[in-house]
Design a protein around this ligand. Structure first.
Ligand code: ADP
Length: 267
């Protein structure tokens, strides 16, 4: 294996607790190099799943966290000015296509539309990436694999993937795990007792019930793990919950009071 591939390999197994058949289904898609879309709310394990799959398949992983400032050039590459003049620098998508990595574009819907269109030629049978500014057509390495994440909850008319993009991907659904499994993750990743982790999951259930009734999103598994990690430092559970599971979610005083009440009851 070349050094360029080796530097993106994941050496130690990222802990991932499956919810269903997603590991086998991803492997099937990977075996045919079919692009995969991971759908689900933020902080429910999508990125962890990709890291786990890259490790399991022994493939390099290149991740790009997309936001509204990410342009096609950020993904594909650009000319840079240096002392000797101009120099082309491949973007992460181009690197992944050249070396044969799994390229994970996290929250692609956040990126500008020209960015989304840039991935299209890599998703069909041609598997090419045109570098227009450089006048080069990159043919994807046989092991190149494209994975994107998508949060259906943020979907709006202004920000949604076009059908022409969606219909280039296979998809897996993700959601928060059932309470017992989620508590096991929070206990393990946060370093707290399982019984306390279960109570944090109870609080999260209350917060998730407020989704659409004052909250855009309920508390994610990620925030539960944060709360657990704060508790493991010695912080009191109510303070940790306020810091990790209430304040990040909302500034609305009524909703904060409702959540504080749920924390009092559960802890
Ligand atoms: P997403 O990419 O969906 O926003 P992440 O993959 O970053 O979310 O998950 C956030 C955190 O939640 C992880 O760092 C991990 O601690 C925990 N987590 C969520 N789901 C799982 C799972 N199925 N197995 C292991 N850890 C998980």
């Amino acid at each position: 294996m070349t050094d360029s591939r080796r530097q993106y390999l994941i050496d130690t197994e990222p802990f991932y607790r499956p919810a269903g058949a997603e590991i086998a289904q991803f492997e099937a898609a990977w075996s045919r190099r079919l692009p995969v879309m991971l759908k689900g709310p933020t902080g429910c394990g999508k990125s962890r799943f990709v890291e786990h799959m890259a490790w399991r398949l022994g493939q390099p992983l290149i991740t790009v966290a997309c936001n509204e400032d990410v342009t096609a050039s950020d993904l594909v590459g650009r000319y840079l000015l240096d002392a000797d003049g101009t120099r082309w620098q491949d973007g992460p998508l181009t690197v992944a296509a050249r070396i044969g990595a799994i390229c994970y574009l996290d929250e692609i819907v956040e990126a500008r539309q020209d960015t989304v269109v840039a991935i299209h030629p890599l998703t069909d049978h041609r598997r090419v990436l045109p570098l227009d500014k450089k006048g080069e057509l990159v043919r994807a390495h046989p092991d190149f694999h494209l994975v994107i994440s998508y949060n259906p909850g943020y979907q709006s008319l202004m920000k949604d993937l076009k059908q022409s993009t969606k219909q280039r991907f296979t998809a897996l659904d993700f959601d928060y795990l059932p309470a017992e499994a989620e508590a096991a993750i929070v206990a393990l990743e946060g370093g707290i007792e399982p019984a306390l982790a279960a109570r944090l999951v109870d609080v999260a259930a209350k917060a998730r019930a407020l989704k659409g009734h004052g909250l855009d999103e309920g508390a994610s598994t990620r925030l539960l793990v944060y709360a657990a990690q704060l508790i493991a430092t010695g912080m009191s559970p109510p303070d940790a919950c306020a810091m990790a599971m209430v304040r990040p979610l909302t500034d609305d005083p009524d909703i904060r009071a409702t959540l504080a009440h749920a924390i009092d009851l559960a802890l």
